[in-house]
Design a protein around this ligand. Sequence first.
Ligand code: NIG
Ligand code: FE
Length: 418
Amino acid sequence: MSLLVVNASQVVTPTGKGPACGLAQGQVRIFSQAVVRCQGETIAFVGSRQEHDRLFPPATQELDAQGGCVIPGFVDPHTHLPFAGYREDEFDRRLAGETYAQIAASGGGIVKTVAATRQASEDELLRLTLLRLARQLLHGTTTTEAKSGYGLNTESELKQLRVLQRASQLQPVEIIPTAMPAHEVPPEWRHNPDGYVDLVLEEMYPAIAAAGLAQGVDVFCEKGVFSPEQTRRLLAPAKSYGWNIHLHADELFPLGGAQLAAELGALAASHLLHVSREGMRALAQAGVVAVVLPGVSFFLRDRYAPVRELIGAGVPVALATDCNPGSSHTESMTAIMQLACLGAGMSSEEALVAATLNAAAALGLAHRLGSLEVGKQADLVVLEAPNHKHLVYHFGVNLVRHVVKKGQVVVRDGVFAA
Ligand code: NIG
Ligand code: FE
C-alpha cells in the first residue's frame, strides 16, 4: 500500500528526532509545491513531484490536498480523557467570581469527577472516551497521551486504563496510557494521605503494571495535594516498572516541581505557571520537556506559563490540551496553539513545533513521530488553508480537511473516511 499526497501548496514540518529548543523551537522546514509519499505506515519521500516520479513507481492511492497545507499530525501529550460527568456548574460559578480552590473546598473539583467516574460502567466510560477521541481526530490529533486519575482506587483506576486499552483497538488515534492514581487524595483517605501513598505503591502500581496497562506515571505535586517528599516516594519505583515519568509541577504554587522533575529524570513536566528561574535551568540541563497547558490559563482565567523565558532558557516547550472536565475542557490542539500565541506569546512556528515534534518528545516518541521526514510514521494532516500560519490566524474554526494515520486516510473532507 502506498499513498501519495498531491497538490499541496506547502508541506510544513519541524525536523529532527529529538526535541527542538531555543531558536530551533521556532524553525520549520517549508517545501513549496511538494508531495508526500507514504509507504505502508511510513513516510518514504517528501519533495518535488518530479523527483518523486523519477524515484518511485506510481502510488496505489492519491490524496488531493486541493491547494491546502500539509503538516504532521498533532500529538497531544497531556490529557485526562477517561472521565465521566461534567462540571459546567463550576464553570458558571467561576464566571461569577469564585475560584477553582474555593469550588474544590466546597465539594466540587476533582472529587466530583472521581465520584462520577467510579459510578460509570466500563462500557459507558468507553463510550465517552471514544467520543473525545473522535473529536481529537477530526481536529487533527493522531496520537494522544491519556491519564487515569479519576478512579483513585485500584478497581476504578484499572477500569479507566482498561478503557484506554479497549479504545486503542477501536479507532485510529494512538493512545499512550499513563497511570495517575496520585492525581488527588480521595475523600476516604483525607485523614491519612500517607496511607493513600502506601496504597498506591503497594497495591495500585503493582496491579496496573501486572496488567500491562501503562507506559508512564504522573503525580500532581502541589501544595495540599502531594508534597515533593511524597512525590519522590511515588515516583521512585517508576523505572523498575519501565514507566516514563511525568509530573504536574508548579501549577498553583512554586514548590520546586521543575527541579524535582529534573532530579527524577522525568520526560516531561506540565503546567509550570509558577516555575522559578532555577527550575527552568534544571529543566534545560536535564532535557525535560515543558508541557505548557494554555487551555487551563484561559479556562481558569489564570496567568500563562512563562513560555518566552522557558524557550530563552533552552527548555523544549510542548503544548497539550490537558482535556479534562474541570480546568480545560477541549480536545482541540489548534485552540491550544491559538492561546499559546495570543496568551503566552509564542510564534505560530513555535506553537506548531510544540504541538508536533516537542509533543512527541514529551512522550519519548520524537524518533518516530512529530515531523514529516523519511522513516517516520506517516501521520499527517491536510489543512483547508494555504499555510500553517492560518492555524492561529484563523481562530475558533477547524481547518482540518484530511487526516492520515499510519499511511491510511482516516478523515476525508472533514468527516471520518469510510
Ligand atoms: O491537570 N492539575 C490537576 N489536575 C487537572 C485538573 C483536574 C480537574 O479539575 O478535574 C489538571 O489541570
Ligand atoms: Fe493535567
